[in-house]
Design a protein around this ligand. Sequence first.
Ligand code: SF4
Length: 253
Amino acid sequence: MNLRFPAPKAGALATRQRSESIGVYALELESVKGYYETMIKLKQKAETVYSILDELLPPDIQFLEQRDPFRFMISVILSAQTTDRIVNIVTEPLFERFPTVEALASAPLEEVEEIIFPTGFYRMKAKNITSCAQALVGKEIPSTMEELIKLPGVGRKTANCVIGDIYGKPAIIVDTHFGRVVRRLGLVDTKDPEKIEKQISRLLDKEKHYRFSMTVNMFGRTVCHAKKPGCEECPLRSICPSSDAFLKASSKG
Ligand code: SF4
């Protein structure tokens, strides 16, 4: 028995291929359309969050007390895996003992370790901050991401803090508070800090990046806490997809 299907005629085959490619094209068009619709909605939401927090929160938000550019950068390096409160405590004796770039560059490691011990990871941090100081002797603090991340102990978060705070340039600063809030608000779909930075930077105009970073960060520290977010009184509740679940959980006790 011949089970082979007859080969389609050349014309029929061409018609089928054409209609299949039209179908694929229509599907692609739909997904591109969906992508743009999603982006428009996300941009609108990011703008709303920006405006609400910008109005509610103080105009000048600072978490670290050391305002001199070099000291500020060292403070940010020390802030990894600890609180800004502890950093503010240890940086006082640190810069009293080693007040300049040169002094920190030639500081004995054990002495630095002893002072910064409360920040945790003190051995690695002492090495990083002294090496960073050595790399900066006689130089300006760099102003670009590319140059900053070449410095010992400086990752994207520290670099963005320097770019935004010291140089007043656009910067998305992703720390634990910022990442948590933008995820809960449905503005990003990842936990990866670099991806969060990229996704958020596409949603807002550049001149809003730094202010958005600082207000969202402060909002995460004061309202949208990691364990018990204050959803009941939250000014972003009507646009937050996570609020119902948190409210339900808190009503159950
Ligand atoms: S509604 Fe709750 S989860 Fe959403 S942003 Fe406000 S505090 Fe955070």
